[in-house]
Design a protein around this ligand. Sequence first.
Ligand SMILES: [Zn+2]
Length: 208
Amino acid sequence: MDVKKVFKNNEAWIKEKLSKNPGYFEELGKGQNPELLFIGCSDSRVTAEELMGLGPGEVFVHRNIANMVISIDLNVMSVVNYAVNHLKVKDVVVCGHYECGGVKAAMQSEDLGILNPWLRNIRDVYRIHRKTLNAIPDESERYNRLVELNVQEQCVNLIKTAAVQKANRDRGLVVHGWVFDVHSGKLIDLNIDFDGYLKDIMEIYHLE
Ligand SMILES: [Zn+2]
């Protein structure tokens, strides 16, 4: 791919937008009012807005390796706080995907340098759900299940935060767990039991 092509693509995109709505960029310049926070993987196949059919201004996006929500990661925590407390998003989504290289790497014992502490958080998910995962004989099915369980645990990590607990109490904010199937393009709702996790988590992680 020629990087210069990006600028040509950009020109074509501007033309297309303006042909449909001459005031498109004037409206974009006024500010943003997204109702959804999307936390996804950095993987180039997980195209956030595109896979949901949403355009600029409609979704606040954060992406990192394996869509992790780590309490001491200032980056993801700043995004969550800004989106929930200031943009007042109504829903927060953690979206994982099958064939996730981050999840696969976490299952191998290779020393990956600076990635080790990041991937350790995925290994912790494996440890928590070891019995379920070890009972799955097929390796690729086991990876898929780990992708789903990782999404579930990152949702739990979100529910542990004061921002999410307060926004749920004050205005009914909800956390969702989804998986993007790269083989079919399908977005799958894991239907995580948000209320159940919230109730369970509050026993230990309740914040005033
Ligand atoms: Zn990934």
